[in-house]
Design a binder for this molecule. Structure first.
Ligand code: NDP
Length: 489
C-alpha cells in the first residue's frame, strides 16, 4: 500500500502451519504510539475467507492433537518457552514500539509469557480427574477431562504477549486447537509470539492466527459454528456481544472485561507505601490495565497528608518514549485511547471535580507526535460522577474522601465492576472486614490493585467477567469439559 509512514516489515497470517497473506492482499500499518509516523510493521487485513480456512485447519488437527498425551503436548510448550526466551529482548522492544509501555515493563511481561508457557507445559503431567465413591461397591466411578475442540482466542492490545499466551497455553495443553485473533493494534507482537510457538514444531493446524478487524474476524470467530469455545479479553461492550454470539449457538465462552478498581487508604496506613502503590497501580502501563487503580478512597484523618505526598510524586513522573531509560510513563496505546482519556478528563472538569495535576497533553515538542496524556489526579470526586463510575483506561486517578472504613468499603463497592480492590492498613479488623465485604475477584491487602501471579486464579465479579477464572489450575475449568465415567464389573 502507498503510505506516508516510515519503515515496517509485513507480517502474515499463520494458517495450517503456513505463513500466508490475506487473499485480498490488503494490509494495515501498525504504528508506534510514541511517534505516529513510525510504522512497526504491516499486518494482514483478513476477511472471513482466511478465518474459515483457519477454523477448518484447527478442526482437522483436533483429533490428532487431543490423542497425544498431556506430557507430549507439554514438550511443545517447553520448546515454545525456549524460543520465546531466546527472543525476549526483540519481542519486548517490539511491544514497546507497538503499544507504548516502557521497555522494562515490556520485558517483564515477556518474561511472564515465558513463565506461563513453562507452567502449562508442566500442567500436562498433572491430574485431570477424581475418583468418586459409587454407592455400588462393585462399580468404579471417576471423572476425566476432555478438550472443548477448537478454541477461539480474542485478545486485546494492553498485554499483547501475556494475554494471548495465558489463553493459548492452557487451551493447547488440555488438547484444544486454537485460532487466535489478536488486537490489530498489536498484531506484530502477536505474530512474533506465534512464530515462537510455531518454532516448537506443532503439527499443522494446531495453532492458527488470523489478523483483521474485530468486527469481521473477532465477530466471525464468535459466530463460527465449528468454534467450540471462545475466550475474550477487552471492553464490556464487545465482550457481551461475543458472549451473546457464543451463547446463541451453544458454545462455551469466557469474558474478561473492565475494571474500576479502588484502593482504600485507612487512617493507620503506611502512607509512603500507599502512595507508591497508588501510583504504580494507577499509572504503570499508562493506566491501561484492567486491574489498574482508578478510584482512591481515603479516610478523612489522613486525606490531606496522603494527597500532598501523592501529588508531589505524581508531578515527578517522567513522561516520554517507552524506549528511553529515563521514561516512567509512556503514551496511550493508540489515538482512540488517548482521545477517550482526554474526553474523561474534560467530563471530570465539567462534573465539578477539582484537577490537582496533569489534565492534558504534555507541552514538550519532542512528544507532540505521540499519544501522550499527563498523569492526572482529580479530587472531590463523588460517587455519582462518571469519572468515579466508568472505566477510563488511562493515567487518571479520582480521589474521594470517606469518614470511616465502612463508608470507604461501601464506596469501593459502589461500582458495576468487581475485578480488583486493595486496602492499605495495619489493622487486622480492617483487613478482615475488607476481605469479607469487598466484592472483587482479587482482594489485595497492602499491595497495589494491579499485579497477579500466573499460578493463581484471575477474574472478576459483577460486570468484570463472565464469572469464570483464568490462569493457574483454574484454567482447566474453561478449557475442558468433565466426563463422569461409571464402570460396573
Ligand atoms: P475491544 O473490546 O474493542 O477489543 C478487544 C478485542 O476484541 C480486540 O482483539 C478487538 O479487535 C476485538 N473486537 C473488536 N470488535 C469486536 C467484535 N465486534 N467482535 C469480536 N471481537 C471484536 O477494546 P478496544 O481496543 O476498543 O478498547 C476499548 C476499551 O476497552 C478500552 O478503553 C478499555 O476500557 C477496554 N479494554 C479493556 C481491556 C481489559 O484488559 N479488560 C483490554 C483492552 C481494552 P481489534 O482490536 O482488531 O478491533
Amino acid at each position: 500500500m502507498t503510505s506516508v509512514f516510515v519503515g515496517g516489515q509485513t507480517y502474515l497470517n499463520y494458517i495450517n502451519g503456513e505463513w500466508c497473506p490475506a487473499s485480498a492482499g490488503q494490509t494495515v500499518p501498525s504504528i508506534n504510539p510514541a511517534k505516529r509516523t513510525e510504522v512497526v510493521g504491516y499486518v494482514q487485513s483478513s476477511s472471513l475467507v482466511e478465518l474459515k480456512q483457519a477454523v477448518a485447519s484447527a478442526k482437522a488437527a483436533q483429533q490428532g492433537w487431543r490423542k497425544l498425551s498431556g506430557s507430549a503436548r507439554g514438550d511443545y510448550l517447553f520448546k515454545a518457552e525456549n524460543a520465546l526466551e531466546r527472543r525476549i529482548d526483540e519481542i519486548a522492544e517490539t511491544m514497546t514500539r507497538e503499544m507504548g509501555k516502557t521497555l522494562p515493563e515490556a520485558k517483564g511481561e515477556t518474561a511472564r509469557g515465558i513463565a506461563i508457557l513453562r507452567y502449562y507445559a508442566g500442567e500436562g503431567m498433572r491430574k485431570i480427574g477424581d475418583v468418586i465413591p459409587s454407592t455400588d461397591s462393585e462399580a468404579l466411578m471417576f471423572t476425566t477431562r476432555v478438550p472443548l475442540g477448537v478454541v477461539g482466542v480474542i485478545s486485546p492490545w494492553n498485554f499483547p504477549v501475556a494475554i494471548p499466551i495465558w489463553k493459548m497455553a492452557p487451551a493447547l495443553i488440555y488438547g484444544n486447537t486454537v485460532v487466535l485473533k489478536p488486537a490489530q493494534e498489536t498484531a506484530v507482537t502477536a505474530a512474533k509470539v506465534v512464530e515462537c510457538i510455531a518454532e516448537a514444531g506443532l503439527p499443522a493446524g494446531v495453532l492458527n492466527m488470523v489478523t483483521g478487524s474485530g468486527s469481521v474476524i473477532g465477530q466471525g470467530l464468535a459466530e463460527h459454528p465449528d468454534v467450540n469455545g471462545i475466550t475474550f479479553t477487552g471492553s464490556n461492550q464487545v465482550g457481551k456481544r461475543v458472549g451473546q454470539a457464543a451463547l446463541a449457538r451453544g458454545a462455551k465462552y469466557q469474558l474478561e472485561m473492565g475494571g474500576k478498581n479502588p484502593i482504600i487508604i485507612a487512617a493507620d496506613a503506611d502512607l509512603d507505601l500507599a502512595v507508591n502503590a497508588t501510583i504504580s497501580g494507577g499509572m504503570k502501563s499508562t493506566g491501561q490495565k484492567c486491574t489498574a487503580t482508578s478510584r482512591v478512597i481515603v479516610v478523612r484523618d489522613v486525606y490531606e497528608a496522603f494527597k500532598e505526598k501523592l501529588i508531589g510524586k505524581v508531578k515527578e513522573l517522567k513522561v516520554g518514549k517507552g524506549m528511553e531509560t529515563t521514561t516512567w510513563l509512556g503514551p496511550c496505546a493508540n489515538e482512540k485511547q488517548m482521545e477517550t482519556v482526554l474526553s474523561y478528563i474534560q467530563i471530570g472538569l465539567e462534573e465539578g471535580a477539582t484537577l490537582l495535576c496533569g489534565g492534558g497533553k504534555p507541552e514538550d515538542p519532542e512528544l507532540k507526535e505521540g499519544f501522550y496524556v499527563l498523569p492526572t489526579v482529580f479530587e472531590g470526586v463523588s460517587a455519582q460522577m462518571k469519572i468515579f463510575r466508568e472505566e477510563i483506561f488511562g493515567p487518571v486517578l479520582a480521589l474521594t474522601q470517606a469518614e470511616t472504613i465502612e463508608e470507604a468499603i461501601q464506596l469501593a463497592n459502589d461500582a458495576e465492576f468487581g475485578l480488583s480492590a486493595s486496602i492499605y492498613t495495619q489493622n487486622i479488623s480492617n483487613m478482615l472486614v475488607f476481605i469479607q465485604d469487598m466484592d472483587a475477584g482479587l482482594v489485595r491487602i497492602n499491595a497495589e490493585t494491579a499485579g497477579v501471579e500466573l499460578q493463581a486464579p484471575f477474574g472478576g465479579m459483577k460486570h468484570s467477567s463472565s464469572h469464570s477464572r483464568e490462569q493457574g489450575q483454574a484454567a482447566i475449568e474453561f478449557f475442558t469439559a468433565i466426563k463422569t465415567i461409571y464402570i460396573k464389573s
